[in-house]
Design a protein around this ligand. Structure first.
Ligand SMILES: [Zn+2]
Length: 339
């Protein structure tokens, strides 16, 4: 008898719980000029072809990526004017010379045209690397970045689901959100006048009042809208408040996907992230997300509640702000003239 087996739900992957056909065509975003993905991780040159197919499918013309230096040269050669790099240290560098190594990488990325330096100081990264933004070595890299005229970018914070979970279980090790934002604010004060971009809505999409306070207090601060599952969960959870927040601060926000390439990440995986982002920011879709959120139980999966942002806001967050903010630091895209 196979009757029971045939009643089993089809085995759908975590990136396509709804059984969508991600190849169905999408209209381009309503943007004059190029759509630019501010926050991505194209990890290897060999992933580039698939990556570009997905970007083309969803109408994304250019991207800014945290590609390892060893892969960045080949990507830069293939995509002049369509790609820009964010300078990163080696992900794990156990060397006693990690600060000098990092400085050399900043220089190498600078020579590739990069004008952004990323400081990854999420709670678990700070534990792994045994530093914060206050570490003298990190301070040295920050000073060098400013002297070179490079934008500072950070990942401070993490989802509330983590602060209330694994971080709460060992506060002595990981610290608290308040401690982490105090450290960040001290650096924002110390670098006034210099552009700083806070990834993932400043690492705290759960707390729009905090984000408003940060934007109001630090006029050189911008926030990116990247991360798929995190944004789907937390932006949807406070849909109306977040829509108002984004409209109010439309000049201070840069859209990014946080797309991450990988050897086993095929078209559908990459497409699932773009599908969610475009539904979330551009449409009034209300329904289940096709991407599994591992932070929530199976029966508590989030609803995606689209913000249907006005066209002029989409124009700013998908293109204009990125062009303007990066342009101040001499980063340009080979975009055709806009009528
Ligand atoms: Zn990222």
């Amino acid at each position: 008898m196979t009757a029971v087996a045939s009643q089993q739900p089809p085995n759908l992957p975590d990136h396509n719980l709804l059984g969508l056909d991600y190849h169905r065509p999408w209209p381009r975003p309503k943007v004059r000029g190029w759509v630019i993905d501010y926050h991505t991780h194209l990890f290897a040159h060999r992933h580039q072809q698939q990556w570009l197919r997905v970007n083309q499918h969803f109408g994304i013309d250019a991207f800014i990526t945290m590609t390892p230096l060893e892969e960045a040269v080949a990507v830069a050669r293939d995509l002049p004017g369509r790609v820009q790099f964010i300078a990163m240290p080696q992900w794990v560098d156990p060397s006693p010379h990690w600060v000098d190594n990092w400085l050399r990488r900043v220089e190498a990325f600078y020579n590739l045209g990069s004008r952004i330096v990323k400081f990854h100081v999420s709670p678990q990264t700070m534990v792994m690397r045994n530093y914060s933004l206050e570490h003298p070595g990190v301070q040295k890299v920050m000073k060098e970045s400013i002297d070179r005229g490079m934008i500072l970018m950070s990942h401070v914070g993490d989802p509330d689901t983590w602060y209330n979970g694994k971080y709460a279980a060992d506060v002595a090790k990981f610290g608290t959100r308040e401690q982490h934002y105090k450290i960040w604010e001290d650096q924002l004060k110390a670098t006034r006048g210099h552009t700083w971009i806070g990834a993932h809505l400043g690492g705290n999409p759960e707390d729009p009042p905090r984000l408003q306070y940060l934007l109001d207090t630090y006029p050189d601060l911008y926030l990116d809208l990247s991360a798929t599952r995190w944004m789907v969960r937390e932006v949807s959870a406070r849909r109306d408040v977040m829509r108002e927040f984004i409209i109010k601060n439309a000049d201070r926000l840069l859209w990014g996907s946080d797309q991450v390439s990988g050897d086993t990440r095929e078209f559908d995986f990459l497409a699932s992230r773009m599908w969610c982002h475009r539904k979330l920011w551009e449409t009034a879709y209300i329904g289940p997300s096709p991407v599994l959120d591992p932070d929530l139980d199976q029966d508590k999966q989030p609803m995606l509640r689209g913000l249907a942002l006005p066209d002029e806001v989409i124009q700013k967050i998908y293109r204009d702000n990125t062009v303007r903010v990066l342009g101040k630091y001499g980063v340009y895209f080979n975009e055709p003239p806009i009528e």
